[in-house]
Design a protein around this ligand. Structure first.
Ligand code: NAP
Ligand code: MG
Length: 505
């Protein structure tokens, strides 16, 4: 057992052979000594081992988070001082930027360009909440003259935060930053495939001055450890990002303790390309919209609907650019797209593409596994465009989570909106048009938490991120996220000149 301050990231490299659990400010082995191997998806090689938490470890983490919250100083630390610590986290992350990027690329196989963008965003997230928390508070409310009422925001308590593998560090930052800004304690359960940068971020939080027990990082199997946190009565809130079925399961299980729940789930987000669009911009934006992060994004624009008058031109340009995508060495600056996270996800992608073929769709380009030179043992798939699809097909309705996009035509605005909304999901959407009135009209009718107009970028720190329908609820990344880590307390006082005696006794 080592105090994390005595074993900070400053004194040891971020890339190591073995990563421990972070509980109550200490780096510890799992209670039963269990370890799990962690792989580089680009090469299939083992890059490190990580301690795998048991329920006993989870109990310790919950106790630590509870004590930090119930007896510790963090939640009563003035917001300005909490903000200083959040800014310090951002500062340390910036000073270790290169190493963080390297570790993220090694553990995900994503392109270095993608990892850089995401880690810059993770840093800015802490900076955003450092600013936002200072202005976050209650209100003075209208009541009859002799009364005075104000409300206060109090941190909700201990939050379990369950993170997926597609954005390991950025998603962990999205979770930790607002929660600790609000004064909560957290237990982060990273994805088993990608726990490394989350552990390092936990260490950085301590180095920056977050008190022990406020941030705990608990890698371990979701079905055991994740589930245990969700059901535990000492945990007040669960924030989950991941698949819709697990999200539903979590919501059901959290109901027995009436935990606060926020869910950021899957998507099947549309892009609509209108006849008045800047076609080249729409092509470039749509290429990024689907292939960024190897298509493993909850907000991937994985359905493109194109007006029939410009369909042929758009498709020709889109396929040409798809075929220009550089897929391979994640560390090569010229690489556009890295690896798929693991064999199982690769199999899922292959099965979906096969299902499209079986249902009568046409593979316009891609549709095959790749073996980039030097990376033959990794998990790779070609950027893939599927045409001749109908709305009922699985590839049109279900989240694939890979570099696969379906394309089809629409006749008019009404049909475009109907097609966009013809999904159980409602996370994101992009509208490509140069007609401002149309952009606004269509944006108003799309059932999604995020609408992008002439840009593929869905979010910056400060913008609400979250879904409608089966894409979940609650918003991350924005001011309102602070409310989702807070309770509101209403405080009523009476200042009348005569004592109150409502019963007249
Ligand atoms: P997942 O099963 O939903 O896992 C997400 C996180 O939840 C991981 O940390 C996982 O831990 C944990 N978890 C799993 N089962 C749990 C349970 N019963 N209780 C509590 N936590 C649990 O997602 P996945 O298996 O990694 O990916 C499957 C599909 O989910 C993808 O193909 C994609 O469609 C979707 N997905 C969506 C997003 C998104 O951003 N919306 C992100 C990732 C995946 P383990 O890693 O230990 O299993
Ligand atoms: Mg899973």
């Amino acid at each position: 057992m080592t105090k994390v301050q005595e074993k900070t990231t400053e004194q040891q490299p971020i890339k190591r052979d073995y990563y421990q659990l972070l509980i109550n400010g200490e780096l510890v082995d799992s209670s039963d000594g269990g370890r799990r191997k962690v792989y580089n998806p680009a090469t299939g090689e083992v890059i490190a081992e990580v301690a795998e938490a048991t329920k006993e470890d989870a109990d310790k983490a919950i106790q630590a988070a509870r004590d930090a919250f119930d007896k510790g100083k963090w939640k009563i630390t003035p917001t300005g001082r909490r903000a200083r610590v959040l800014n310090k986290i951002a500062e340390i992350m910036s000073s270790r930027f290169k190493e963080l990027v390297e570790l993220e690329v090694l553990n995900t196989g994503k392109s270095v360009a993608a990892a850089k963008g995401q880690i810059v965003q993770a840093i800015e997230d802490f900076e955003f909440y450092a600013g936002a928390i200072v202005g976050h508070g209650g209100s003075v409310n209208n009541v009859p003259g002799q009364f005075h009422n104000y409300s206060e925001k109090e941190p909700i308590g201990v939050a379990a935060q369950i993170v997926p593998w597609n954005y390991p560090l950025m998603m962990t930052a999205w979770k930790i930053a607002p929660a600790i800004a609000a004064g909560c304690s957290v237990i982060v359960k990273p994805a088993s495939l990608t726990p490394l940068t989350a552990i390092v971020l936990g260490e950085i939080c301590h180095e920056a001055g977050v008190p022990e027990g406020v941030v705990n990082i608990l890698p371990g199997p979701g079905s055991e450890i994740g589930n245990y946190l969700v059901e535990h009565e000492q945990v007040n809130k669960v924030a989950f990002t991941g698949s819709t079925p697990i999200g539903k399961d979590i919501m059901a299980k959290a109901s027995s303790t009436l935990k606060r729940v926020t869910l950021e789930l899957g998507g099947k987000s549309p892009a609509l390309v209108f006849p008045d669009a800047d076609i080249d911009a729409a092509v470039d934006g749509s290429i990024y919209g689907i292939y960024n992060n190897t298509g493993q994004s909850c907000d991937a624009r994985s359905r493109i609907y194109i007006h029939e008058d410009i369909y042929d031109e758009f498709i020709e340009k889109f396929i040409t650019k798809t075929e220009k995508m550089q897929v391979g060495d994640p560390f090569d600056k010229g690489t556009h797209m890295g690896a798929i996270i693991d064999q199982s996800q690769l199999d899922t992608v292959k099965e979906y593409v096969q299902s499209a073929i079986d249902e009568g769709a046409e593979i316009l380009t891609g549709g095959k596994e790749l073996k980039p030179e030097g990376f033959e043992n990794g998990f790779w798939y070609a950027p893939t465009v599927i045409g001749n699809v109908t709305q009922e097909m699985r590839v049109v309705q279900e989240e694939i989570f890979g570099p696969v996009v379906v394309v089809s035509k629409f006749k008019d605005e009404k049909e475009a909106i109907a097609l966009a909304n013809d999904t159980e999901f409602g996370l994101a959407s992009t509208i490509w048009t140069t007609d401002g009135a149309r952009a606004k009209r269509v944006a108003n009718q799309i059932q999604a938490g995020i609408v992008m107009i002439n840009t593929p970028f869905s979010a910056f720190p400060g913008t609400p991120f979250g879904g409608y329908k089966q894409s979940g609820f609650g918003r991350e990344l924005s001011i309102e996220t602070l409310d989702l880590y807070s309770e509101t307390k209403s405080i009523m006082s009476y200042f009348g000149s005569r004592p109150l005696n409502p019963f007249g006794l």
